[in-house]
Write a protein that binds this ligand. Structure first.
Ligand SMILES: O=C(O)COP(=O)(O)O
Ligand SMILES: [Mg+2]
Length: 309
């Protein structure tokens, strides 16, 4: 009989075999490294162990609320030194899509953002002016007769709506975004990521996918999602970091984004950790609508704890 199901990392031997199998690790962030401002156990030690072993570390998050620059500060706040070029976010992947696939013209074409500064900052670095986003005027109660975004008409230079996680979601933001999305012939619709939920310490909250679905519903349109598991995001990372895919492992807490990204992207392996969205039962499910991980573990820190004991 051959064993084909996911292998649980729960002994020193398996943890060691896992470490030896890869030379690069792609880490999801929310639910793997941290839950909000709470760093998960033994994460610092695990990342240091991998760095000391000469492994390449790359961070790939679907969380578009922060830019890559802001993420380096979040890591630094935990005492972890990570450079901006090790970080890839769904906000950055969406900006790359706007530039390389939609080929919008910097300095001329504008983007309407439904989301936080992690999207507008990445667009701005590429020379795109964005509207909407965290503009405080969108915090005002919506009235179509007085909304400054509607009274003088829509901006004709907007050719794309990029929608992502927005913890200040309200009717004003949804209503104006919909006006742009109704210009189907001239305005593209990009979604940062499909995640239906978002893990925090002790809670599961709505994710970007849930609010983007609201815009998709009202507009009758389907966005192009740029974050994991989109293969274009993986190709951008593989070429930027010069990776050998067969020696890469994707580490994540969600099956339909992280593990799918690793499996459909033909990476050497995947590790599902149970500190975020998924359960052991889901990890072992064979008939689910998602791929199975190669390895799974209660937490990422087990890799360090098991090999250093
Ligand atoms: O913000 C999200 O929806 C998920 O972020 P993650 O990819 O780091 O888990
Ligand atoms: Mg996650």
């Amino acid at each position: 009989m051959t064993l084909t199901g996911p292998i649980k990392i729960k002994s020193k031997a398996v943890a060691q075999e896992f470490l030896d199998s890869f030379d690069s690790f792609l880490f999801d962030c929310d639910g793997v490294l941290w839950l909000g401002s709470h760093l998960l156990p033994s994460i610092k030690e695990t990342l240091k162990l991998l760095t000391d072993l000469g492994k390449k570390l790359i961070f790939v998050t679907n969380n578009s609320t922060k830019s890559r620059a802001a993420y380096t500060k979040k890591f630094a706040g935990f005492g972890i030194e990570v450079s901006e070029d090790q970080i890839f976010t769904s906000g950055y992947a969406s900006a790359v899509y706007v530039r390389d696939f939609l080929k919008l013209q910097p300095g001329k074409d504008k983007v309407w953002v439904f989301g936080e500064s992690g999207i507008s900052e990445e667009l701005s670095l590429m020379g795109y002016e964005s509207l909407g986003g965290g503009d405080p005027r969108l915090d005002e109660t919506f009235d179509f007769k007085t909304s400054p975004f509607l009274v003088n008409g829509l901006d004709p230079d907007v050719h794309c709506v990029v929608a992502g996680l927005d913890t200040k979601v309200n009717y004003h933001r949804l209503a104006v975004s919909l006006q742009y999305l109704q210009k189907e012939d001239s305005v593209h619709f990009v979604g940062t990521n499909v995640d239906s939920t978002f893990p925090q310490k002790g809670f599961i909250f709505p994710g970007a996918g849930s609010t983007i679905a609201s815009l998709a519903c009202s507009s009758g349109r389907t966005p192009v999602y740029c974050g994991k598991p989109n293969i274009n995001m993986l190709n951008t990372i593989v070429s930027a970091k010069n990776l050998d895919k067969s020696k890469c492992c994707m580490v994540g807490d969600r099956l339909n984004t992280d593990i799918r990204f690793g499996v459909e992207g033909s990476l050497g392996g995947t590790l599902l950790v149970l500190t975020g969205i998924e359960t052991e039962e889901r990890a072992l499910e064979e008939d689910g609508d998602h791929p199975q991980p190669k390895y799974y573990a209660e937490k990422l820190g087990d890799v360090y704890e098991l090999t250093s004991s």
